[in-house]
Design a protein around this ligand. Structure first.
Ligand code: AHM
Ligand code: MG
Length: 320
């Protein structure tokens, strides 16, 4: 069954259906760029001071263009842009996206992805990820796959074929336990003994490492295998609860206390997928879904995957 037909069987509203299919078309075009495009630097920097690859810029343009063609899209916000754009006044939806996450992995030919969160209309500021109607995440690997969730309607995986996005697996579930670990920001172990102790726990207990350096393929591994944990804590040795205060103690550009991952563009939609599949996604203190969006580029520690694996991981941070 193709994506459009499947969305109908899920009972997705006509207006949300239109936005989701526009995003899927964008993903189709980004995939073409990733597979045949160049990976040179554009010579500009994004709002976070990182070099933008041409593919980032082009992928961003593709999604913005797709969404501009849908009248029900109010605001669109992209990891590659500083401010949210108002595309249509009073649209029913606002869409946030990371057009090409992990783009520094393109030159080494690792998998990369696109992350999209579809919210009610209006500004993103003051909203919470729990308000998302839908999340869509594409993985550009040897094959292009797509995960979608629509609130309360499960997580489903499609694979791109000659005929379009074809349903591959329905109602994906993440088990309570599973010995796969994807430890983001391992550098933080140098300053953060709790994290080092957690990594030792995984090693001592013979967990299997599955880490590519791209959040999308790393979390994709959990969804496809149905178990495991992804972590990306910050750098500083402070209880995670203290990171709620802003700015956090010990924060600096080189070693951000909250790590580098963004709530709106990355952790929100990825967390939504994991939670809808029965897993857990947390900033270390509260569910990622309940974390208020105070800034578009807000960073957050992130722990996601099998329920008991996340709970176990957080014990290391809470007990010390
Ligand atoms: P990006 O949005 O600039 O591509 O950065 C996000 C990516 C994630 O996919 C991944 O988890 C993380 O960067 C890894 O970064 P690092 O290797 O610096 O820890
Ligand atoms: Mg990103």
């Amino acid at each position: 069954m193709q994506l459009d037909e499947h969305l109908k069987t899920l009972g997705v509203s006509d207006s949300l259906y239109e936005v989701m299919l526009a995003c899927a078309d964008g993903i189709f075009h980004i995939r073409e760029l990733v597979h045949v495009g160049t990976s040179g630097y554009a010579g500009t920097q994004n709002v976070f001071g990182e070099d933008q690859l041409k593919l980032d810029v082009a992928s961003n343009d593709i999604l913005m263009k797709q969404l501009s063609g849908v009248k029900s899209v109010d605001f669109a916000a992209s990891e590659e842009e500083e401010i949210e754009r108002r595309l249509h006044i009073d649209g029913e939806f606002s869409v946030a996206f990371d057009p090409l996450d992990g783009s520094s992995l393109v030159d080494v030919n690792f998998a990369v992805g696109t992350i999209i969160g579809i919210y009610p209309g209006g500004s993103f500021i003051g909203k919470k990820p729990s308000q998302m109607y839908s999340a869509m995440v594409a993985v550009y690997g040897p094959r292009t796959t797509l995960f979608i969730t629509v609130k309360g309607k499960g997580v489903h995986q499609y694979v791109l074929t000659d005929g379009g996005f074809e349903l591959q697996k329905e109602s994906i579930q993440v088990a309570e336990e599973g010995k796969y670990f994807a430890p983001g920001n391992l550098r933080a172990c140098a300053k953060n003994p709790q994290y080092k102790a957690l990594v030792d726990y995984w090693l001592d207990n013979q967990y299997t490492l599955r880490y590519s350096g791209g959040m999308v393929p790393d979390i994709n591994h959990i969804l496809v295998k149905g178990k495991g944990i992804f972590t990306y804590p910050g750098y500083v040795d402070v209880p995670l609860g203290d990171l709620a205060s802003s700015p956090a103690r010990g924060d600096s550009a080189d070693s951000p206390a909250r790590g580098k991952l963004r709530l709106l563009y990355e952790c929100g939609p990825m967390g939504f997928l994991i939670i809808e599949a029965g897993g857990v996604a947390s900033d270390g203190v509260i569910s990622i879904m309940n974390k208020p969006l105070e800034q578009l580029d807000q960073r957050t520690p992130f722990f996601a995957g099998s329920k008991k694996e996340v709970e176990k991981a957080l014990e290391f941070f809470i007990m010390r």
